[in-house]
Ligand binder design. Structure first.
Ligand code: ZN
Length: 297
């Protein structure tokens, strides 16, 4: 029933990320900048003595990122780094910044993944454990907050959704919400079942992000440009609809390739692009949650 899937060797980067071009900066508030082009989206908050950073791009772009940061800030020492999940597109600067003494904050599950072998079936790739200096050195399970410079920073867990270590980082002052890869713009979000993500969890996590924001919140997705709350509502509708449709197709005994061929995402593809990876990964992940779907067979 899940035949065909293991032969898929698809890369998130190929599908969703522009990672070889220049790194570009977009100012979001007086002291918050969004950097794109180094892997996943990166957000910096400037404090009096250095930077707080949410995510650090791909390892191969880490040196370019350091250079870019130097050109933007007088004091570019990174004091705090958040990892919104374990993926390389977000944790590629952990070695450099961890060695330089940054506090690396993540969900406990993200630390566990970074310290072990990870087999990602749908990428046909195994990720090796990262060195000790690259591991988060401050973890949490539910939520936390801090003050950095004059800004309040709140962060929290989003459950098993894109992975089982997804977190958001919220800056209530300027009303900016960094969602991590739970929310994506211009590409389907990926419920990575290999590290315990699933589509039902994406539905719940998207609801949580909607509850955290208001109509004026600047929402920074894991990839893609800044969005408004209405786009989170669109993603919630898409994910909820697809959860129901995929469960129905599974009840009809359809396999991964048949589901892709049935084009169940048709009306959503204009907004989110090629659905093949999303469908294959979402379908496989749902099999681990058959009971929550009310049974399939
Ligand atoms: Zn990710």
């Amino acid at each position: 029933m899940i035949g065909g899937l293991t032969s898929l060797s698809l890369s998130r980067i190929a599908f969703a990320r522009q990672s070889n071009g220049p790194i570009t900066a977009t100012k979001l508030s007086e002291n918050i900048i969004l950097f794109t082009g180094a892997g996943g989206n990166i957000v910096t908050l400037t404090g009096p003595d250095g930077l707080l950073m949410v995510n650090g791009g791909l390892p191969e772009r880490s040196a370019d990122l350091t250079k870019t940061l130097s050109s933007h800030f007088n004091v570019n020492r990174v004091q705090v780094l958040f990892n919104t999940d374990w993926h390389l597109e977000n944790t590629g600067s952990n070695e450099t910044l961890g060695s330089a003494g940054a506090k690396i904050i993540a969900h406990e599950n993200t630390k566990l993944w970074l310290g072990t072998d990870i087999r990602v079936e749908w990428e046909n790739r195994t990720y090796k454990p990262r060195p000790a200096k690259a591991l988060p050195n401050q973890t949490f399970y539910t939520s936390g907050k801090m003050t950095f410079g004059k800004e309040e920073v709140r962060y929290g867990y989003l459950g098993q959704a894109h992975t089982d270590g997804d977190i958001y980082v919220f800056f209530p002052g300027p009303n900016i919400l960094m969602t991590g890869d739970v929310f994506t713009a211009g590409a389907y979000p990926i419920p990575d079942y290999c590290t315990n993500g699933w589509l039902g969890g994406l539905v719940n996590a998207t609801k949580s992000l909607i509850d955290l924001s208001d109509a004026a919140t600047k929402i920074v997705p894991g990839i893609g440009p800044v969005q408004a709350r209405a786009e989170l509502e669109s993603q919630l509708e898409m994910c909820s609809t697809m959860k129901t449709r995929l469960a129905d197709l599974m009840r009809q005994g359809k396999g991964a390739d048949e589901i892709v061929a049935a084009a169940p995402t048709a009306e959503f593809d204009k907004k989110w692009g090629n659905p093949k990876l999303f469908l294959s990964v979402a379908y496989r992940g749902l099999w681990s949650h058959v009971r929550e779907l009310g049974g399939i067979v």
